[in-house]
Design a protein around this ligand. Structure first.
Ligand SMILES: *Cc1c(COP(=O)(O)O)cnc(C)c1O
Length: 230
């Protein structure tokens, strides 16, 4: 099932890239494996996948310890400062920095482990009350604050778009995130690049790619529905 699902998703990514006149290689597919067992991740690895996304620090740590060390982990969930120690040194990219307080905790852990950590700033473009992330107005200020932390590199922006029936409804959100990233890139802030745009999930990754996503985070479309009752 995973193999077939991956073929469908990759084919859709290819078609979206074609429509947008983009290279297929310019989009990284992150297989969001949260709540799913390591056996399913292993199946995706056999299909050639290397990049996985998790939203719980301890769950990512456990899977990281069990699975081959050449996998690339993306931390995509809300991160509490007391869980930073599980993530720094394991995640290649933390997608969800939304306060200076969290960035400072990452900085302290990175300094302790003598690492540099790549992060994205999470923007709540739609302004949904239920979601974490900054307003577009607050984003530049946080980028500037984080840019001063020597063990952190800001690599771009991330957003979680609302759940909608029709993915087209999120096009404006993706476009706004892209515009914001171009805007911030134009300010040439030291230690900051805007190369990564993490946006698009199972329901809307094709539209996100058309609007410039470099990283799409697809869970259900690859691994099937998640069961939170177990
Ligand atoms: C769960 C999750 C995803 C994947 O969602 P699907 O709709 O299953 O593709 C992507 N991004 C984040 C931040 C998530 O928490």
């Amino acid at each position: 099932m995973i193999k077939e699902n991956l073929e469908v998703v990759e084919n859709n990514i290819r078609k979206a890239c074609d429509r947008a006149g983009r290279d297929y290689d310019s989009v990284t597919l992150i297989c969001v494996s949260k709540t799913k067992p390591v056996e399913m991740i292993e199946e995706a690895v056999e299909c050639g996948k290397r990049e996985f996304g998790e939203n719980k620090a301890q769950e990512m740590k456990e899977k990281y310890e069990i699975l081959p060390k050449d996998l690339v982990w993306h931390f995509i969930g809300h991160l509490q400062t007391n869980k930073v120690k599980y993530v720094v040194g394991r995640a290649s990219l933390i997608h969800s920095v939304d306060t200076l307080h969290l960035a400072e905790a990452i900085e302290a852990e990175a300094e302790k482990k003598d690492l540099t950590v790549d992060v994205l700033i999470e923007v709540n473009v739609a302004g949904e009350k239920s979601k974490f992330g900054l307003t577009t107005q607050e984003t530049e200020e946080l980028v500037r604050g984080v840019s001063k932390l020597p063990h952190i590199r800001v690599k771009g922006l991330m957003t979680i778009a609302p759940f909608v029936e029709d993915a087209e409804e999120n096009r404006g959100i993706f476009r706004a995130l892209k515009d914001l990233s171009v805007d911030i890139a134009g300010k040439n802030i030291d230690n900051v690049s805007m190369d990564i745009l993490s946006m698009g999930m199972t329901n809307d990754y094709e539209v996100a790619i058309e609007e410039g996503a470099t990283h799409v985070r697809v869970g259900t479309g690859i691994f099937g529905e998640r069961d939170y009752s177990i």
